[in-house]
Design a protein around this ligand. Structure first.
Ligand SMILES: [Zn+2]
Length: 245
């Protein structure tokens, strides 16, 4: 976090991070943060960008002006910033590198899934495109990272489907765990403990009233989880509501 903060606070540094025509690490971090925050509406407020990157709103303003001059984004009054097509492509390429690195670290180097995010945050800027593409090829070109996040293609296509959360399932409903955010290591460790990882089948056995905890069936056990946890786990329903849960 400390290294990222100092890097992002040097808005003047916009030279390529490596020799292959790439933009600098801070620019990659800005575009990635904006892509992530913008969602469906396509715009992110400068305050949200500042909070996400842990930098002062004033330095965000300077960087945004520079990125807009480079044609990577547009500033829309009262709404915030919107990535241009080229800005979106840079963001998605950075996300591709991040997710391939996470996949490689878990699958080939034996890292636990709660420890790869911080490594990938650093390596996504340092790794050349050739290294990342060799990693992808060695893994058989995976389409999702260890946390279930879709890996964008080289030409910037990505599965942006919305998924429902575990909290939205009805009692008796079965689902497959699809994805969870990679940013909370404690949550990832707990989910691994109860075998609730991407691909796992899960069923809601009971739900206590008034937003109370959920009893699940997963991995041969019946863990009880809070509503807050269930809201962070994305799932894909497997069938209609089962008559006898
Ligand atoms: Zn990550």
């Amino acid at each position: 976090m400390a290294t990222r903060r100092s890097r992002a606070e040097r808005p003047g540094n916009v030279q390529p991070a490596s020799g292959d025509g790439r933009v600098s690490a801070p620019v990659e971090d800005y575009l990635k943060a904006i892509y992530d925050l913008a969602g469906r509406e396509g715009t992110a407020s400068t305050n949200d960008v500042a909070a996400r990157l842990g930098v002062a709103p004033a330095s965000v303003t300077g960087m945004i002006r520079r990125l807009s001059e480079q044609g990577l984004l547009e500033y829309e009054r009262y709404r915030g910033v919107r990535l241009s097509e080229s800005g979106r492509l840079v963001a998605l390429r950075t996300i591709r590198r991040h997710r391939i690195i996470e996949s490689y670290l878990t699958e080939r180097l034996g890292y636990a899934w709660d420890r790869v995010h911080d490594e990938a945050e650093r390596l996504e800027h340092a790794a050349s495109d050739e290294l990342v593409e060799r990693m992808a090829a060695a893994l058989g070109n995976p389409t999702a990272d260890p946390h279930g996040a879709p890996i964008p293609t080289v030409d910037g296509r990505v599965d942006e489907r919305r998924h429902q959360t575990l909290a939205e399932l009805e009692v008796g409903e079965r689902a497959r765990m699809v994805r969870v955010s990679d940013k909370n290591p404690g949550l990832l460790r707990y989910l691994a403990e109860i075998d609730l990882t991407p691909g796992a089948e899960v069923q809601v056995l009971a739900r206590a009233p008034f937003d109370g905890p959920l009893t699940l069936a997963v991995g041969g056990a019946e863990p009880v989880v809070g509503q807050g946890l269930a809201e962070q786990v994305l799932v894909e329903a497997l069938d209609e509501r089962s008559a006898d849960p």
